[in-house]
Design a binder for this molecule. Structure first.
Ligand SMILES: NC(=O)c1ccc[n+]([C@@H]2O[C@H](COP(=O)([O-])OP(=O)(O)OC[C@H]3O[C@@H](n4cnc5c(N)ncnc54)[C@H](O)[C@@H]3O)[C@@H](O)[C@H]2O)c1
Length: 402
């Protein structure tokens, strides 16, 4: 059991110089289930596969269920564990707080960590509500601590390659962005977990899935959404079985699906669709971008491949090519296996963990990592979609205060 340590004193010493002194980055992770596993693995693998300025150390993990937490900590090699996340923040050895808890907890946990002068890596969406997200971004700016948000798909090599191709101008002016994140697990028999409670999740498919594709579209195009032109939000399933007693039902209070049309500042028009009721689809996270000279398309179901159409080739040679983004010249790939040896979901997190360590050490991450200010932009687009659906009206991003 983790023993409470005396409180951390102030923020006067820069995190980077502290790290230089002992060359380890002590991580406190909150959450020990889905993301608890993904992040534990990421911190371990980052240190194994990347040459990092400091070594990430699994120092302390906090979650609610003591019995599960103890065995989880032993299995993954966490040095300490606690059911009280505040004691982890008060531990003077901790350098970075990593938040993998339900969305309504992000604000309180991140604010406490930032006020203690700690770097924070928070799961997406940044928060359950826009107000929470705004307060988190403002506190990050005031305290000056490094912040990061786990929009992990940016670090799938094929998607990072799409960003490079767009940045090189190979698509020219962008006309269309088409994004869809489709899952099918949310039918009427799916229990009423925190993911279906507005008080804990903030939203349904919107925060769970749409947040990812908004971030991916911004990342790949390098452009910003200027206006949500029209949105639909639907809650198909109003009652769901209680997790502890499936014979009883409770109210599901979040959207099952959200769709919207949008315009980018640069003039591209876009469609976004997110749902947990795409029956028959497991985890299809798609982004297509069409420009005047070419196009790219990505689907996480074949995450190591990027389809590229080069419209500058002579017409007799034109056609889609499928690039397997595992060559050492592709983003992140040189750190893993020889060409053609596939990567998986977990590598996106390991790549991000490595980039976070590099950024904290004062270096340049291989791909930009969204900080709280950046993730607030994504959250404002989500809010614009909610308002657009509610009022059946177009909503400009400039109408959503920063
Ligand atoms: N980036 C991705 O691909 C991705 C995927 C899934 C979830 N997420 C995000 O990760 C976060 C967590 O989701 P999850 O799927 O891991 O949830 P989960 O339900 O699997 O796990 C939640 C964890 O939070 C812990 N927890 C709950 N209340 C706590 C408290 N008061 N103090 C300490 N710990 C507490 C629980 O004990 C549990 O270990 C959410 O914000 C979610 O949106 C991101």
């Amino acid at each position: 059991m983790f023993v409470h340590a005396p409180g951390r004193m102030g923020v006067s010493q820069s995190i980077a110089s502290t790290l230089m002194a002992d060359s380890s980055l002590n991580v406190a992770l909150f959450g020990s289930r889905f993301m608890g596993k993904a992040h534990s693995n990421a911190w371990l693998q980052a240190g194994h596969f990347f040459d990092l300025p400091t070594r990430p150390v699994l120092h302390v993990i906090a979650a609610r269920d003591a019995a599960h937490l103890q065995s989880f900590a032993e299995r993954w090699g966490w040095a300490n564990w606690t059911i009280d996340w505040r004691t982890a923040i008060a531990d003077p050895a901790v350098d970075l707080v990593d938040i993998g808890t339900p969305n309504h907890l992000h604000r309180e946990q991140a604010l406490a960590a930032m006020e203690a002068g700690l770097a924070v890596a928070c799961e997406k969406p940044l928060a359950g509500t826009l107000d929470d997200a705004r307060e988190m971004a403002h506190t990050a700016r005031r305290t000056g601590v490094p912040t990061f948000v786990w929009f992990n798909y940016r670090r799938a090599p094929a998607l990072a390659l799409a960003r490079q191709i767009v940045a090189e101008g190979r698509l020219g002016r962008i006309y269309h962005v088409r994004a869809a994140y489709l899952q099918g697990w949310g039918g009427p028999d799916t229990p009423l977990s925190w993911r279906f409670r507005q008080s804990q999740a903030g939203s349904g498919a919107l925060g769970d899935l749409m947040a990812h594709i908004i971030d991916m579209a911004r990342f790949v195009t390098g452009d910003e959404i200027a206006e949500v032109v029209g949105a639909i939000e639907e809650r198909f399933i109003k009652q769901r079985p209680q997790p502890d007693d499936p014979t009883r039902k409770g109210r599901s209070s979040v959207d099952d699906a959200v769709l919207f049309l949008a315009r980018f500042r640069g003039g591209a028009v876009a469609s976004f669709e997110s749902t947990r009721l795409a029956t028959g689809i497991k985890n299809s996270n798609r982004l297509e971008v069409h420009g005047e000279r070419g196009a790219v398309r990505f689907n996480f179901e074949r995450m190591n491949e990027l389809d590229f159409f080069d419209g500058t080739e002579p017409p007799r040679l034109q056609g889609w090519q499928t690039i397997q983004a595992m060559h050492e010249e592709h983003p992140y790939a040189a750190h893993w296996w020889p060409d053609g040896h596939w990567l998986g979901y977990e590598h996106t997190f390991a790549n991000q963990a490595a980039d976070i360590v590099v950024a904290i050490g004062g270096g340049n991450p291989f791909m930009p990592i969204p900080d709280f200010a950046d993730a607030l932009t994504t959250q404002r687009v989500m809010e614009a979609a909610v308002l657009s659906a509610r009022h059946r009206a177009a909503v400009k991003l400039s109408e959503i205060p920063v």
